[in-house]
Design a protein around this ligand. Structure first.
Ligand SMILES: [Fe+2]
Length: 171
C-alpha cells in the first residue's frame, strides 16, 4: 500500500519566482539572441505592438515595439517583479522620487532596468527613432494599478486584472 503524501510532484509544484537579477538576465540573454525575436518585430502607429516570447516557467516574456510618443501611464505590476532590456532605439523610464517628482532615465540599446514588485514607473519612446524592448515578469503578471500625478501627489486611479503588457494612455 502506498503511503499517503502531501508532497507535490515537481510537475505540479508552482514555478519558482525569479529574482530581479534573474529576470534581467532573461531579457539580456534574449537581447543577445536576435535570431529569436528580430523577425517578429512589427510597428503599429495606432496601438503599441507586442507579442509573447518563450520564457522560463512562471514568467511572462514580451517583445514590445515603440514608435515615437508611444508609451504607458504611471503604473505598477502588482506582486510581479519585472525587468526589461532595450534592443533597438532609446526608451525613457520615469519614476516618482520620494517627494513625488518624476525622474526620467534614458535607457539605450543593451541597457536593462529592473522594477521591484509594487514600484511605480512609466515608459515612453520620446525619440523619433523606433524602439524595441524585451520584458520579463515573475510571478506572471496578474494585475496592474495605474496612477496619476497632480500637485506633486501620486494617486492611484484604477487597477486592472490583466495578463498583457501595460496599456497606452486612453486605451
Ligand atoms: Fe511597467
Amino acid at each position: 500500500m502506498t503511503p499517503a503524501t502531501t508532497t507535490l510532484s515537481p510537475s505540479l509544484a508552482p514555478p519558482a519566482t525569479l529574482s530581479l537579477a534573474a529576470l534581467a538576465a532573461v531579457t539580456r540573454d534574449l537581447a543577445d539572441r536576435p535570431d529569436l525575436w528580430r523577425r517578429l518585430v512589427r510597428f503599429d502607429r495606432g496601438e503599441r505592438w507586442w507579442t509573447r516570447l518563450e520564457g522560463p516557467p512562471g514568467t511572462d516574456v514580451w517583445l514590445l515595439s515603440w514608435l515615437r510618443s508611444q508609451g504607458t501611464e504611471l503604473h505598477d505590476h502588482g506582486e510581479s517583479g519585472a525587468a526589461f532590456t532595450v534592443v533597438v532605439g532609446t526608451l525613457t523610464e520615469t519614476r516618482p522620487d520620494p517627494q513625488g517628482r518624476l525622474v526620467p532615465l534614458k535607457l539605450r540599446v543593451g541597457q536593462a532596468q529592473t522594477v521591484e514588485p509594487g514600484a511605480i514607473h512609466d515608459v515612453v519612446n520620446d525619440h523619433a527613432e523606433p524602439a524595441v524592448s524585451i520584458h520579463a515578469y515573475s510571478p506572471r503578471l496578474e494585475r496592474m494599478t495605474y496612477y496619476t500625478r497632480a500637485a506633486g501627489r501620486i494617486t492611484a486611479t484604477h487597477t486592472v486584472l490583466t495578463h498583457e503588457p501595460e496599456q497606452e494612455p486612453g486605451r
